[in-house]
Design a protein around this ligand. Structure first.
Ligand code: FES
Length: 315
């Protein structure tokens, strides 16, 4: 855990605040790579993940931006109440959305507040002189955080901005993604519908799954009424635990003092992953790729369940 102080707090766009976090002791913060996020421990006990948007060559601060989601689970409202000078605990940066070093060219797609990890990636690619394009979709200029910086700064000639308020300005994605080389990689972050649209367009244009990279913010909770109970076996001890319809595997593990790391509890971050030795998972996360899902040998315990009555977990 790292103790930080809010050194700056700014309005970046409609309902979007940015925060600059510096070490309480004044020391350099641990290094990070583009696409990393940190866990923020909020007053009141909530833990939320936010992507770092500054360039990864920055040493003395972490920068995050938070969209207020009044209908959300309370994290963004708590963040928006924080003030300059306040102290917080955060985790070290973790990267579940790293750039590909094999890419000869990188296409970056951001929807709304999904610009945060994408901006850090653009800064990094620009810093090392790599080839990239940034396509940023937002509702309007007023809703687009960092639009001014992107259009007037050193990244300007690589950035394309598209606004819902100017529908005639939207590109034909199928055309944009057609006839690309197999050494190009695509990274997308934003609302789930936006990401699925970009990823499906790429797949339809012939992109291979290993060229596609995404980071989801939140998992839409599906209909849980049809959930069934099932059993899990802890392979190391042969202990058998029942997972009722209304509890997650992770909750049952914690209630039985079996500790595994977790963070988002929404199937987004990948922290609670465990290997499956027997049984078929009912994957409900947004983290595993289609090929990882079909291998059925790992499961995100915070949200996924079982097809059938039993799973044996490699714990
Ligand atoms: Fe983040 Fe499970 S805790 S995916």
């Amino acid at each position: 855990m790292i103790s930080v102080r809010i050194a700056d707090r700014k309005c970046e766009a409609h309902n979007i605040l940015s925060f600059e976090l510096v070490s309480v002791t004044g020391e350099a913060l641990p290094p990070f790579s583009a696409g990393s996020h940190i866990d923020i421990h909020l007053p009141g006990g909530l833990i939320r993940q936010y992507s770092l948007y500054n360039g990864s060559h920055a040493e003395h601060s972490y920068k995050i931006a938070v969209l207020l989601a009044p209908e959300g689970r309370g994290g963004s409202s708590a963040m928006h109440q924080l003030q300059i000078g306040q102290e917080l605990n955060i985790s070290e940066p973790r990267n579940l959305f790293p750039l590909s070093h094999e890419a000869k060219k990188t296409l970056l797609f951001a929807g709304g507040i999904g610009i945060t990890p994408i901006l850090s990636m653009a800064e990094r690619l620009s810093h090392i002189g790599a080839e990239f394009e940034l396509h940023y979709y937002s509702r309007s200029w007023e809703h687009a955080a960092f639009a001014e910086k992107l259009k007037s700064g050193s990244l300007a000639d690589r950035v394309n901005l598209y606004f819902d308020s100017e529908p005639d300005n939207k590109p034909d994605l199928a055309l944009m993604l057609a006839n690309r080389n197999s050494d190009e990689h695509l990274f997308v972050c934003g609302p789930n519908g936006f990401m699925n649209f970009v990823l499906d367009s790429a797949r339809n244009a012939g992109w291979a799954e290993d060229q596609l990279h995404r980071e989801y913010f939140a998992n839409e909770v599906g209909d849980t009424d049809a959930n069934q109970s099932f059993e899990i076996t802890i392979a190391s001890t042969q202990q058998i635990l029942s997972v009722p319809a209304e509890r997650s595997i992770l909750q049952v593990l914690m209630e039985n003092d079996i500790e595994i790391p977790y963070s988002c509890e929404q199937g987004v971050c990948g922290t609670c992953l465990v290997r499956v030795l027997e049984g078929t998972p009912d994957h409900r996360d947004l983290y595993l790729s289609p090929s990882e899902r079909s291998a059925n040998d790992q499961i995100l315990t915070c949200c996924s369940r079982a097809h059938g009555k039993k799973l044996v977990l490699d714990i």
